[in-house]
Design a protein around this ligand. Structure first.
Ligand code: HEM
Length: 503
């Protein structure tokens, strides 16, 4: 008898394997599905099966929009991956982020590549670190930063004055302003953007940090393997957090070479003085007081304070470009407060102005710089949130984009309407609206830099609306300004084309 061709034998073996493995995999999936404690939480079917779906959405910058739409479809509790559930009720917001929250930050913060107060998840370690940096955010410290804001604003005005009447992409200019303020304030280096009228390289590296972070978080094993793949593009991609850190490292070295920390009281001086004192008494130095630890803290501060503030400013002036009546109201209010003839004024003269305050509150509500969820973990033993039992170590969150557009609290929630804050104060509803805000986080992990951010936003708004009219600079601007996010809000087109004229 003729023997069978080899391919036929191979095909038979493949069929045997398929018959064995196929049903085996199906059985495993069935078992997982029916024993899955979260199987009744609504959400897309694919999200229950694999985290890859959410990674794809994260990498395409659509996390907050997608989850916002899922809440509209499925309600206030949505499952977005096998181990992640998102909430959208005021009660869940207080439970997860309120002052007595028992939910630590999720593992994603470990992947950022910088160990800092912001990324530290262990509560005891966090308390010690926060105590060390908190004096840099006190009202007195913020007052010391004010002249830096005005110096950077004076440079910005010079740059804008040269570029009047034509379409101008304001985004890079606001990025240079914000970087100049935090850089000068925390690492004593503005990185020279507005002086040289050129985007510092550091800002290109910030853009690359978040995609690396998501891949590391979702696929830690793959990332470890990728580290050994000898391809330039992969190594360059993975190395971006380190490249970003290098800039703050060299600013730190310059600081040490030119300052005696004993004679200063800024953050670097305080940390270095504490480190040296431990060295003198032969005590062990905690990691966050080593040179690497200090640089990582500084890097994270520069990171936390740059694109958050600048992107808020870009969205602010874009919204105002559509509503010139608010530009007139702002200009009138500021002129009345500081007079016509004075070029400069202090923050205390404008900080409480009602129209200015309402406009800033509204942009923080409508275009939160971190629109997506602030990820937390269910504690050991699990938790019950909004009546749903959540197993231990499930990733949970609420997101600013959804809580800040809750139609039961904000009428016509997708509209930029500063009047709602002015009316809210009159009618006693402003506190309820404020409770819904997650733009600066909440509770013990709330943004430490929020006073600096508000001072910078209000000062910039007052100075620029007094001097310029803002109009949309191109027909494509509205499309460019669609919201995307890689943790920080980024306009889809990566630019914001406006037209400035003298007021
Ligand atoms: C519009 C501007 C800003 C927004 C919307 C913003 C938003 C936030 C949010 C949402 C968090 C909490 C993150 C979480 O819980 O995971 C946070 C934390 C933080 N932010 Fe900001 N931020 C802004 C500006 C700044 C500035 C200018 C600084 C100062 C350099 C800063 C420093 C920090 C720090 C140190 C933390 C960590 C707080 C902690 O964990 O104790 N932020 N920020």
């Amino acid at each position: 008898m003729d023997s069978l061709p080899a391919e036929t034998l191979n095909i038979n073996w493949l069929w045997v394997l398929a018959y064995l493995i196929g049903p085996g995999l199906l059985l495993v999936e069935f078992y997982r599905y029916f024993t899955d404690p979260l199987r009744n939480v609504p959400g897309p079917f694919i999200a229950k099966l694999t985290a890859a779906w959410m990674l794809y959405i994260d990498l395409s910058g659509q996390r907050s929009n997608t989850i916002h739409n899922l809440h509209k479809k499925y309600g206030p509790i949505v499952r977005v991956s096998p181990s992640e559930v998102c909430f959208a009720s005021p009660a869940a917001l207080m439970e997860i982020y309120g002052a007595h929250s028992k939910y630590p930050k999720a593992a994603v913060y470990d992947c950022l590549g910088f160990k800092s107060t912001f990324t530290t998840r262990n509560r005891d370690e966090y308390r010690v670190m926060k105590k060390r940096i908190i004096p840099s955010f006190s009202p007195a410290a913020v007052a010391e930063i004010e002249p830096t804001v005005h110096r950077q604003l004076a440079l910005l005005i010079k740059c804008f004055d040269k570029r009047l009447n034509d379409p101008l992409d304001v985004l890079p200019w606001f990025r240079m302003l914000a970087l100049g303020v935090v850089g000068q304030s925390f690492v004593d280096d503005s990185f020279g953007g507005l002086q040289k009228e050129e985007l510092p390289d550091l800002l290109n590296h910030i853009d690359e940090v978040f995609p690396v972070l998501w891949v590391k978080w979702m696929f830690p094993l793959t990332t470890t393997i990728l580290q050994y793949v000898p391809l330039n593009s992969i190594q360059k991609f993975l190395d971006s957090p380190a490249r970003f850190k290098k800039y703050c490292g060299s600013a730190y070295e310059t600081y040490l070479a030119s300052h005696d920390p004993v004679e200063h009281h800024d953050l670097i001086a305080r940390m270095v003085t504490e480190k040296r004192s431990l060295e003198r008494s032969n005590e062990s130095i905690p990691r966050h007081l080593t040179d690497t630890g200090i640089v990582e803290e500084l890097t994270n501060l520069v990171f936390a304070g740059t694109d958050t503030t600048s992107n808020t400013l870009a969205y602010l002036f874009w919204e105002l470009s559509h509503q010139p009546e608010w530009q007139f109201r702002l200009r009138e209010e500021v002129q009345q407060a500081v007079g016509l003839e004075r070029e400069s004024f202090s923050y205390s003269e404008i900080s409480e102005l009602p129209v200015l305050d309402a406009v800033i509150m509204e942009i923080l509500r409508l275009r939160p710089a971190g629109p997506a969820g602030l990820l937390r973990l269910a504690p050991e033993g699990g938790a019950v949130i909004d009546g749903v039992a959540i197993p231990a170590y499930t990733t949970i969150s609420c997101q600013a984009l959804t809580s800040q557009r809750d139609p039961t609290i904000f009428s016509d929630p997708d509209r930029f309407d500063p009047q709602r804050w002015i009316d809210g104060k009159k009618h006693g509803t402003a506190d309820r609206m404020r409770d819904q805000l997650l733009v600066f986080g909440k509770g013990t992990r709330t943004c430490l830099g929020r006073r600096i951010a508000i001072m910078e936003l209000k000062s910039t708004l007052a100075v620029l609306t007094r001097r310029y009219n803002f109009e949309v600079g191109s027909l494509t601007t509205d499309d460019d300004m669609e919201m995307t996010d890689h943790f920080v809000l980024i306009p889809k087109g990566g630019r914001c084309l406006l037209r400035l004229t003298k007021a």
